[in-house]
Design a protein. Sequence first.
Length: 466
Amino acid sequence: MEYLVNLFESNVVVMNKILSFLLLVIFLISSCTKVVTNENDEQIQQAPMSAGYIANGWTTDVDVQIEWVAKGMTHYVQNRSFVNVVHTIAEGNDFEQAKMQEIEDQYYGISGISFQLSHNDSVQTNFTPNSYNFTFLPAFVLGAMAFINHIYIPEVTTVDSTLPQLIVPLRVWEIRQQNDVTGFFIDTTGSIDSVKISGEDPPVDQYYIWVIGYDTDPAFVDTTREFPEGISSCGDSICDKFRHEDDSTHTNYCPGDCPDSNAVYNYHVIVESIQIYRDESQYFESWLNGKYEMTCKGATIRDSTVLDYFGDVEDEFNLLLDKIKRKNVCRVSTFGHERGCPGALVTVNKEIFNYFNPLTDSLFFVVYEQNKKSRNRITFRLPGKSANNYPKTIGGVTVPWPQFPCWFVRNESGFNPYYTFISNNVYYVPQESYGTMIPGTNFLSNNLIHILNNGEYEVVLRLVKE
């Protein structure tokens, strides 16, 4: 009798699972009319998806999970209602993306079904065995960085969504090949199949493409500078208004540093604009990413003293100048095919240093397109600096040996300025010949601006009076 009871209970569990799956199938094959979503997210928002996935490697883990997400997604895109929802979200986003949480909210608001859980059911039902972990779907953490997953639809505002649809996982090992990438789809028999497509130019005239990708969590990327207090000190001839050295009521008041002669040469350093006018796409940024994350690191230097710097090797937070839309970039393929040319001039107007005396100071500056997925690194070291002189104390602050790591996915042409290889993954940044170490007098002789140009993009720096 106990055996029969257990068997009955087991059958009930199985029947409940089958019923849940049938309800999911009914939803997926239901109405093919376009869904009109509610613009008020608060009315349809549910609790955040289960998250907290800790990845243990790019190619061994993230690539694997991303592929399972893509394979599971191939079943969802058979339903046009679901496709329309995701397309509408991506179309309304500046970077043609729909975050997984946004999709969850819309999906649940329309169907009453959790997208995360039903997607997991789809993977478990259609792919046995598998190593998929459903907590990966919204986000993951790798090392000290958190990443948010999304669906990116290249050229979403103009692409023909009735073309054969491909789901492309953003896999690091394929990006490194800088060649073809894999797209998944359901064939005429209802089975999953795959095809290789160009990794250089999106074949949007042949396919309607969804890329399963990810971005750094914005909380892990600095968009504004926090200027250090204490690097400048009384008696260094810098009229540092950030430390209130010009304020007679403040404890840091330093009249010797703030006569008219010093105050005249107290400038802010601004990144005024960026123009990506020729992206050799096979090296610079894969089309699998919908944006160019222009990032910078730098230092102000007087004689042998580093007055201020950011982007040091110990700093997990890079200073993001701007995310530039792909459509604002001139992209040139290996075969000379151009898209989006000429590239748009993008106004940045971001302050990177809050005091700079062009008569006495020099600017060390590196700007490059951040690519976290390659995990290749070069480390810039300031010319003329020696590890034997660091760490040192300046104005009561301990300053480590300034080193500037940059993550990239290409050769030296991806950087502005260029660098010279030394050894052991260390790169020496040349002096004035490449415009890397910029003497302040260069600004004074050129109407307070300095232009960095590496043949692919141009960055304009400007000094602005206090």
